[in-house]
Design a protein around this ligand. Structure first.
Ligand code: FEO
Length: 168
């Protein structure tokens, strides 16, 4: 059985994962409208992943006798300036999410809820991967700068990255 405190904290994480999905969906739409097909494909896929992250927590709360809450979400930004700015926003967002997962893990230790602690380990690993992926993309785009040809190749690279990720 979940404690009320942990149930509340997990419900808050549901909201954060849902908002992550919305932010990446908005990034996908913006990139598509700017003609960056590869980046848009990457962001659409990423948005779907975040929905899966959210759903896992919904199921977990309900399986453990709690009630997962689907709540109102904060609206994501509509436009993102330049590609580099957008990926910086993505990176910063993932760092913030990692911190929230760490906070959750801390609460489970305080309450000796080892089942939830164990459940959260998947998120701890996932955040390491997500941060690393975002950092790699950001490094790449920093090298390119504003070069149009470079951005075109970058867009293609990101598309390939999405195809590879889907295979995994
Ligand atoms: Fe669900 Fe990108 O963290």
């Amino acid at each position: 059985m979940l404690s009320k405190n942990i149930e509340k904290a997990l419900n808050n994480q549901i909201k954060l994962e849902a908002e992550s999905s919305q932010i990446y969906l908005s990034m996908a739409s913006w990139a598509e409208s700017q003609g960056f097909e590869g980046v848009a494909t990457f962001m659409y896929a990423h948005s779907d992943e975040e929905r899966q992250h959210m759903l896992k927590i919904v199921k977990f709360i309900n399986e453990r006798g709690g009630h997962a809450i689907v709540s109102e979400l904060d609206a994501p930004p509509i436009s993102f300036g330049m590609l580099k700015e957008m990926f910086k926003t993505l990176f910063d967002h993932e760092v913030m999410i990692s911190q929230k997962i760490n906070d959750l893990v801390e609460i489970t230790l305080q309450e000796k809820d080892y089942a939830t602690h164990n459940f959260l380990q998947w998120y701890v690993s996932e955040q390491i991967e997500e941060e690393s992926l975002a950092r790699n993309i950001l490094d790449k785009i920093s090298l390119i700068g504003d070069d149009k040809g470079g951005l075109y190749l970058f867009d293609n690279d990101v598309k390939m990255l999405t195809a590879n990720e889907t295979q995994i």
